[in-house]
Design a protein around this ligand. Structure first.
Ligand code: ZN
Length: 505
């Protein structure tokens, strides 16, 4: 039986959608694992998830997928680049080549070693003993180099790993962008430290009742346009967002009585991811045209709502009076100035996840430099702690007292994730550039926020980014939406203006 290219394409899409459906079953199980599963369910759940992951991989890498792709690619249907069909073929091809070029034995070895390495990392971090983790990190670096070679993307080995999270991005381009960002941030953070001004942080650590925190967070993200008829908010240890499928987007957070910002900003952050997932085109569900562009673009949506909206003075102009009603007595004597200053506190710290909007990116640049050097073979794993500390002194003024607060702090490398870190800062950079463009096209956003209007911004993001799926890769999406390539000047301007006012620098 011979098929036409159109028939091959239709069959390909049917199969790819089936793999996505299977994957979304795994997403429900994962969400349940992190929220409501009883502790003893872990071993059984791991088997369920491994079975689903295996089935997905087997079905997606089947030789028939390759045959269908090749046939569909010969047809006229593949021609108009940028059409839904052409985009789906381009991105399915990319994912298929990536998945099939890495030998099964290497995939299994990476899964085995990273599971073991993660357990060792937990112990090593607890004991602040880099020596214990070192041989495992050496194994992982070796395996990731093999993986990068197998992917064979050309260019630096690191690019093949980066490509998994941010398709089309290169280390060379990031190096250029970060070279502009780093000294400017070091200068800004230095001037802030020298200003001598400090907000009163105690106001964020009064007793904020947990039920009121939940109600307040939900009210805010509802005003952003997050649809709770198509989503939930539950409690977990590490906040995340899971876009399970059309009509079902799950947010999670954690509540701390004496830390208002912990839950509140994580709810805004995860809702930013959730708004992206809720904004995807359900017609294209399960295919690249109905999926997010990249981790960096996903992160731009979370950071935009968390930082550009949720930490702005205009937002609190509208919402602080409401907060006073929700938290009676707690906010007594707290004015708008003091509150906005406290939630925008900037100070160098050792731990990335605790870092503020400005120093955060310095933590990322450091990790990007080091992981690139590890993969290139320019830095021996044994020399990692010293290299880490040296860069901490260079960029943030002091070295951590131990490796637990230094190179052992993040889980990423122990799980084999190299090339992931830069997507966080890309998210900040994209967010700044998108926000500036939205401001130019939607008029005075600050005025809108003061009036409690956030839906115009949400709908702008829906139209420009969410509904487009993977039509453009991140690099091209930024140019298509904003009219210019990625430009760090937008993030720097945002930080200098906001922090300049607060700190008088
Ligand atoms: Zn995020």
């Amino acid at each position: 039986m011979s098929r036409t290219p159109q028939e091959a394409f239709d069959e390909l899409i049917r199969r790819v959608k089936a793999v996505s459906l299977l994957g979304s079953c795994g997403a429900v199980l994962h969400w349940d694992h992190q929220t409501y599963m009883p502790p003893q369910g872990g071993a059984h759940r791991a088997e369920q998830l491994a079975l689903l992951a295996g089935l997905c991989h087997e079905q997606f890498t089947a030789p028939e997928i390759g045959d269908l792709l090749s046939l569909a690619e010969t047809g006229e249907i593949a021609r108009p680049s940028g059409s839904a069909v052409a985009v789906n073929l381009r991105e399915i091809r990319r994912a298929y080549d990536r998945a099939t070029r890495i030998p099964a034995a290497l995939v299994q070895e990476l899964a085995r070693i990273s599971t073991l390495a993660q357990d060792v990392w937990v112990e090593a971090r607890m004991a602040s003993d880099f020596g214990r983790f070192r041989p495992w990190l050496e194994k992982l670096v070796g395996l990731k180099r093999e993986e990068a070679q197998a992917v064979g993307r050309g260019g630096a080995l690191y690019d093949a790993l980066l490509d998994e999270y941010e398709p089309g991005e290169t280390a060379a381009r990031l190096t250029q962008v970060f070279a502009e960002l780093r000294p400017a941030l070091v200068d800004l953070v230095g001037r802030i430290a020298a200003s001598g001004r400090r907000p009163d942080l105690a106001i964020l650590h009064r007793a904020y009742p947990l039920a009121a925190q939940e109600a307040f967070g939900k009210a805010v993200v509802t005003a952003f346009g997050f649809d709770f008829h198509a989503g939930r908010l539950d409690v977990t240890t590490h906040p995340f967002c899971s876009g399970i499928g059309p009509g079902d987007t799950r947010l999670t957070t954690r509540y701390n009585l004496h830390d208002f910002g912990d839950a509140f900003f994580s709810i805004l952050h995860e809702a930013g991811h959730g708004l992206y997932d809720q904004g995807l085109d359900p017609e294209h569900y399960g295919t690249p045209m109905g999926e997010a562009v990249s981790l960096g673009i996903h992160e731009s949506q979370s950071r935009l709502w968390e930082n550009f909206v949720g930490r702005s003075r205009a937002f609190w102009d509208c919402w602080l009076p409401r907060a006073r009603e929700v938290f009676p007595d707690v906010l007594d004597g707290v004015g708008l100035d003091g509150f906005v200053f406290a939630i925008n506190d900037v100070r160098p710290s050792f731990i990335r996840v605790d870092a503020d909007e400005a120093t955060y990116n310095l933590h990322i640049v450091l990790r990007f430099e080091l992981e690139q050097a590890l993969i290139a073979g320019d830095l021996a794993v044994a020399d990692l702690p010293a290299a880490w500390n040296e860069r901490m002194v260079r960029d943030l003024g002091s070295a951590p007292p131990d490796d637990a607060q230094g190179c052992l702090q993040d889980i990423h490398w122990s799980g084999g994730s190299f090339g992931y870190f830069p997507t966080y800062t890309l998210g900040n950079l994209y967010a700044a550039q998108f926000f500036a463009k939205a401001q130019a096209e939607l008029g005075n956003l600050e005025e809108q926020f003061r009036r409690g209007e956030f839906v115009p911004l949400k709908e702008w993001l829906n139209q420009k980014i969410h509904r487009e799926g993977q039509r453009n890769r991140a690099v091209d999406l930024v140019a298509a939406v904003t009219g210019e390539p990625l430009n760090p000047a937008y993030l720097l301007r945002h930080l200098r203006e906001k922090l300049g006012t607060l700190y008088g620098v």
